[in-house]
Ligand binder design. Structure first.
Ligand code: NAD
Length: 241
């Protein structure tokens, strides 16, 4: 049985641009109300206003840093105050900084871990504490990466954080076994987003996933009934096979 998402509430982190914005748009197309969280205040506000006007859904812009505990607690509080509850969390916000391991500074390591791993932990914990556990139902989506499944050159911290997300997500799923809250980790390959265009790897000839394909995968996972579990969803451009 596929679930009708209309009227449900989704909290999407990193929603100001890139994959997060494509995901927010796909969920709005399915009729969901969207709380978007990002550090890029102006981009976020413009993106969500556009979504509200074009898709006719309710939106809420949350300026917050996923690595900051007070920011995350406050953002989840505002979402619950505004919409009543949260049906789906999409842990998408992330950064990528590149260097071989011997040139990776401790600050770089800590920053990537704070945003890409602690951020997903904090958002998950707060959404569970403030909304989902009370209802015993919901969906948690973790955006990892192909770099979370195989070593990647110049990406030791990024890859370690993305690998950590799989451990966080699979352990969270075990903790939630007795509820109807379901957990999926999505591991996209190279995806054409602003992050990709800003990356040292950018070369249009390499083959990049369409971010809409990843967004459709998120919507597909959210539509599954609780009896159907999708622990991991791998997507790649054919050039990466
Ligand atoms: P992007 O840089 O284009 O967009 C990321 C968004 O996250 C931005 O709006 C940014 O402001 C926001 N963000 C960054 N740090 C934040 C923080 N501390 N708090 C709140 N928001 C923050 O990147 P993208 O390519 O759209 O990446 C989205 C996710 O997809 C990331 O987790 C990334 O690791 C993952 N991913 C990307 C690719 C790719 O090739 N682009 C591949 C696999 C996985």
């Amino acid at each position: 049985m596929m679930i009708d998402l209309s009227g449900r509430v989704g909290l999407v982190t990193g929603a100001a641009r890139g994959l997060g914005l494509h995901i927010a748009s796909a969920l709005a197309d399915a009729g969901m109300s969207i709380a978007g969280l990002d550090t890029r205040k102006d981009d976020l506000s413009a993106a969500l206003t556009d979504l509200r006007q074009r898709r006719g859904v309710a939106t809420l812009a949350l300026e917050a840093d996923v690595s900051s505990e007070p920011d995350v607690i406050g953002a989840v509080e505002r979402t619950v105050e505004t919409f009543g509850r949260i049906h789906a969390l999409v842990n998408n916000a992330g950064i990528r900084l590149v260097a071989p391991v011997w040139e990776t500074g401790t600050e770089t390591w800590d920053k990537i871990m704070a945003v890409n791993l602690r951020g997903e932990f904090l958002c998950t914990r707060e959404v569970l504490r403030q909304s989902m556990l009370e209802h015993g139902d919901g969906r948690l989506i973790f955006i990892s990466s192909i770099a979370g499944r195989r070593g990647t050159r110049n990406s030791c911290a990024y890859s370690a954080a993305k690998w950590g997300i799989l451990g966080l997500a699979h352990s969270t799923a075990q903790d939630l076994k007795d509820t109807s809250i379901r957990v999926t980790t999505i591991t996209p390959g190279r995806t054409e987003t602003p992050m990709a265009h800003e990356s040292e790897q950018w070369d249009p000839a390499r083959g990049w996933l369409d971010p809409d394909a990843v967004a459709r995968a998120v919507a597909y996972c959210l539509r599954q009934d609780p009896a159907t579990v999708i622990p991991e969803f791998h997507l790649h451009h054919e050039a990466e096979l």
